[in-house]
Design a protein around this ligand. Structure first.
Ligand code: DSN
Length: 487
């Protein structure tokens, strides 16, 4: 790890972390040796492969170690200073610290560190919007202060209203997330949903089309953000659209929170000053523990603050403590260098594909991810993903807009730069990664299954996997994961 590494404390830090992990593994081994063995193997596997999954990263030893403590044993439903359980004084400390770092880092009036995941963060946001915009005025209209004060009949009327609201979000195949109103997901069932896509000619978001859809559909919630769209979004424009139709703008920045924190996305591209509510995960480009976070304006803060127990189970206090550590890391100047390198490296990867005739959705990238259409290699995403994995390159298959192969087999492979950038990979390394990916895909052929053509079966030309693994090992050895950490 280089200057962009999460903790540039050097040899002492690595030696101390090594001691901690060695001791922890001995303790685990004394109870269930197979778990200790799998834990050691997981590190070896992560060290030995090119991790290009756009939603993954490597958290620092400080963040990881923080999760392994007795905070895990504590129940703390409620919120800071207002708990349904006794003896939450230390949970209050770490939750307040996580929220303080998040507010400072993102310039948000309010932060909520409890969500266990990105989906949970989005559910908290949706119910905070419903509570603020439907439940509260509904209660006022009925002259009641609390839902428990309502008659059965009035309660049914209010429930019907809560279940009759509209949401407009980005479609899954054009890069939106399941929770942005995809029908099979709870978000598509809670709301009357409609989806906006991208311009079929360019693959870019067409803001006029989003505005037209919003004017026609009049959603209560407009969702912006993505998990597989390789471009930046103009959140000022999204807010204009939301304001014109009276919608609440919710931005899901789970994928690009690190680029916001690192000030790569500023002005109109920074969602926080424009959105009413911004949600994120903490483990992707933000490089923290696995979990979620919600940022909100003063207007929505009181409802978000009731996320537990309204939507969430008891907070994972050990993870909130780790969020505080990770957010403290993200406030350091070196995180900005990291975030810029993430964007530069994604660009180098895209350029590497383009110069080798790869076909990219939108023709390139200006964030942390690249979406390669593998049909030009005669492959499905499923075949390409498996052949790359055989060769030590870890990616995930992903739909492309209007994907003829659907969401399971897909036609695309999504690549992201955050994890390898943490290892210290630079632009030349990412160009070499593009070369290796193209070498694998050019040597992969679709194959038939026992019942005819298959979207999953493939053959990889002899020697390709070994050759690519050896080339990848050179890159990995030059950029070690957790340098100096020995188990
Ligand atoms: N699973 C995450 C991703 O890979 O983008 C989003 O939920």
């Amino acid at each position: 790890m280089t200057s962009s590494s999460p903790s540039g404390q050097g040899a002492d830090y690595a030696a101390t972390a090594s001691e901690a992990y060695r001791a922890a593994l001995r303790v685990i081994e004394s109870v269930e040796p197979r778990v200790a063995e799998a834990t050691r193997k997981e590190l070896a596997d992560q060290r030995g492969s090119l991790k290009l999954i756009a939603s993954e990263n490597y958290a620092s030893p400080a963040v990881l170690l923080t999760m392994g403590t007795w905070f895990s044993d504590k129940y703390a439903e409620g919120t800071v200073g207002h708990r349904f359980y006794a003896a939450c004084q230390n949970v209050d400390t770490v939750e307040a610290l996580a929220a303080e770092h998040a507010r400072e880092l993102f310039g948000a009036p309010y932060a909520y560190a409890q969500p266990h995941s990105g989906i949970d963060a989005n559910l908290v946001a949706y119910w905070a919007i419903l509570a603020t915009r439907v439940e509260a005025p509904g209660l006022a209209e009925l002259g009641a202060k609390h839902v428990n004060d309502l008659s059965e009949g009035d309660w049914e009327k209010l429930r019907a209203k809560l279940g009759n609201q509209r949401l407009l979000g980005m479609s899954l195949d054009t890069g939106g997330h399941l929770t942005h109103g995809f029908r099979p997901n709870i978000s598509g069932k809670m709301f009357h949903q409609r989806q906006y896509g991208t311009d079929p000619a360019t693959g870019f978001i067409d803001y006029d089309a989003v505005a037209a859809a919003a004017r026609e559909f009049k959603p209560l919630v407009l969702v912006a953000g993505y998990s597989a769209y390789p471009r930046r979004v103009n959140f000022a424009k999204m807010r204009e659209i939301a304001d014109e139709v009276g919608a609440t703008l919710m931005v899901d920045m789970a994928h690009f929170a690190g680029l916001v924190a690192g000030k790569v996305f500023t002005g109109d591209e920074d969602p926080v000053p424009h959105a009413h509510i911004t949600t994120t995960t903490t483990h992707k480009s933000l490089r923290g523990p696995r979990g979620g976070l919600v940022l909100a304006t003063e207007e929505y803060a009181p409802a978000v603050d009731k996320g537990c127990p309204m939507v969430l189970g008891g907070p994972l206090s050990h993870v909130m403590a780790a969020k505080a550590v990770a957010l403290a890391e993200a406030r350091r100047p070196e995180f900005r260098a990291y975030a810029q390198a993430v964007a530069d490296n994604a660009q180098a990867l895209a350029d590497g594909f383009i110069k080798r005739d790869g076909s990219l959705v939108t023709g390139g990238t200006d964030n942390h991810l690249v979406l390669l259409d593998v049909t030009s290699f005669g492959l499905t995403g499923r075949q390409a993903e498996s052949a790359l994995l055989d060769s030590g390159i870890v990616t995930n298959r992903n739909a492309v807009p209007a994907d003829p192969n659907g969401a399971w087999y897909t036609s695309g492979i999504r690549f992201g730069s955050p994890a390898l950038t943490t290892r210290g990979f630079g632009a030349d390394d990412f160009d070499r990664v593009a070369e290796l990916v193209v070498e694998v895909l050019s040597n992969t052929q679709p194959a038939a299954g026992p019942n005819g053509p298959s979207k999953a079966k493939y053959t990889l030309a002899d020697g390709t996997a070994e050759r690519v693994r050896a080339a990848a090992a050179e890159l990995l050895d030059a950029n070690p994961l957790y340098p100096g950490l020995t188990l």
